[in-house]
Design a protein around this ligand. Structure first.
Ligand SMILES: [Zn+2]
Ligand SMILES: [Zn+2]
Length: 135
């Protein structure tokens, strides 16, 4: 799977499977993306190859998470824990072809459902949980 920011300065390739998909409705994601929610796929750090890292900027939206954006176009490409944990949370809307990632559809969840924009219902069958839910 290949993806990039909107201007193409940051490009990436994922070689492994996405281990879960979370559609995040938290207010930080909504504000950062200017979107109703952000869909993330958890990938192993070792499975993600990034080109154009010099164009990435970091924004720590909370103590728990660092966002990586393209300095030129502002595209949110992925998020990770500040201590560079084993999992990187890829913004799935940045995949080049809009394709479904290699994942188990049963793993999809709407997280931070309590913070959602109230006027829109995604209308899918994915589980909806408060916060990260219990896993
Ligand atoms: Zn860009
Ligand atoms: Zn969020």
């Amino acid at each position: 799977m290949k993806g990039s920011c909107q201007c193409g300065a940051v490009r990436y390739e994922v070689t492994g499977k996405v281990d879960h998909v979370s559609h995040c409705h938290c207010s930080m994601c909504r504000k950062l993306q200017g979107a109703l929610f952000v869909s993330f796929g958890g990938v192993a750090r070792d499975d993600l190859k990034v080109e154009g890292r010099e164009s990435l900027r970091e924004y720590r939206s909370s103590d728990a998470i660092s966002r990586r954006f393209c300095a030129t176009c502002g595209g949110h490409v992925f998020a990770e824990t500040p201590e560079d944990g084993d999992t990187v949370f890829l913004c799935l809307g940045s995949l080049d072809q809009g394709e479904a990632p290699d994942h188990d559809p049963a793993s999809e969840r709407h997280i931070f459902w309590e913070s959602r924009a109230r006027w829109h219902d995604p209308g899918d069958g994915a589980e909806r949980v408060e916060g990260f839910g219990e896993t």
